[in-house]
Design a protein around this ligand. Sequence first.
Ligand code: SF4
Length: 555
Amino acid sequence: MTPFRVRWLGRVPYDEAWDLQQQLFLGSADHLLLLEHPAVYTMGVRAREEHLLKPSSELGADLRRVNRGGDVTFHGPGQLVGYPVMTVPGRRGGGMADTVAFVSTIEQILIDTLADLGLVGERMAGMPGVWLDPGTPTERKIAAVGVRLGRTRSMHGFALNVDVDQRWFDQIIPCGLVGKAVTSLAAEGFDLSMQQVVDLVAEHAARLLAPGRMIERQDVAWRQSPTDLSPFSRGEGAGEVIKPERGTRVRLESRRSAAGVSGGLDAGARKPDWMRVKLETGPELLRLKKLSRSLQLTTVCEEAGCPNIFECWNEGTATFMLLGNRCTRACGFCLIDTRKPSTVDHGEPERIAEAVATMGLSFAVLTMVARDDLEDGGAGIVARTVEAIHDRSPGVGVEVLISDLKGSADALQIVGNARPEILNHNIETVARLQRAVRPSAGYARSLGVLCRAKQAGLTTKSGLIVGMGETFDEVVGALADLAAIGVDIVTIGQYLRPTTNHLAVHRWWSPDEFEQLKHIGEHELGIAHVESSPLTRSSHHAGSAAAGVLSNRVH
Ligand code: SF4
């Protein structure tokens, strides 16, 4: 039996969680997503407009109409939302999932959680959810339940009020129940952290939704304090020998230690033999380097000093950096310059298309820095470059390795409409290390980008860098999440530290471990192609991997 995967995802915008649910719903893996939403009102299929007590423009929060049962409800900070996206255990006639039994099970999870706290939660006939003192003048609702069941799969779920600002409920008739009060654990006198409640709920959910199964849980790191929000946590300049008093460097590592990672290899630690490569050169490579310079192009292959350049360029694949070489973010593993980005070069798409044609490439990878300073995050330039290459060199495959475009579905659609052969977006690391490694990005957001690309009919790809403090099982869990949302290609490579201002290497993963991950990814999790080795990089063997997967998709 496959593991039951529990994921604490932190604060996730409703639309991103929705797209993630939709994609998981289409699969066969069983997940319980636990998260908080920024303030949003949702209206189920039976919702009545009059249960909104204000015009939507005056609610001060988003409003979403969704395909779950029930009426209008509120989600927001201080409320634990749980989405069991799974194959529902109980069956009724015709093999259909038993909705009543499933809703009752979800209510039981919450009732047992409240019992751990000494609270008596109860059901009320015809009013899904969990109540305190039902049928008395002080009856009040502490948790809402609303699910959607397909033939056997479930989505949506429950919302347990922990420490939510209850004034949000004053703008609606919660769940369409006139005169029914709403409460929370805080209003009942409990001073609990979200983490404490998640631990209780996860335990009862595992027991009731997945009895006897292996539970595989991963959490994004819990915020230590409201202040640890600054994304810029990496020192400026080339970096030098580590000095503990160096503030910024310490903040980078403090996040990682807050995520439970201690130690790491010294900057000067000797690399194992399998990490040592003889940089090959040759007339073809030199010709191509000369050409890219003459066309004023930045190839990641050269910028990052990639050890695979000889192999890739001889394979007819090269990676071009779009939108300049200054990023609006500062991931802990990346060498990129983080000074103020340059203005957008609108001639870049045509120039790259020219280079691809002149270099005679069969496959081009377009990567980009994060341009959070641009309205569309840079999506327009990416799309125009894909189109320019397709126009100039029909038959040449294009992979775009994009940032999360600030989670914008519209920006992603701009790229999707250009129909790149491969849409690549790296999750980079496991849930627990996201905040330490890529503080401006997020696990759920990145999965959301890949889900939307899949929903747009694109072939998707993602990548992981190991050696920053993650465990083998965590990497397998991340692979399972990528497989569950239909990602076609995954790359896994060893982290190499660019400067002393970057995260220390935690350990060297062995070639055997990379082999095992490839086997698990392809043969146990069903990912079409896993490129996994110490020297693998996102674009390594990009052309051949794409060709293999795309040809299988056609047949
Ligand atoms: S967003 Fe991309 S380019 Fe920018 S720092 Fe992170 S990994 Fe590097």
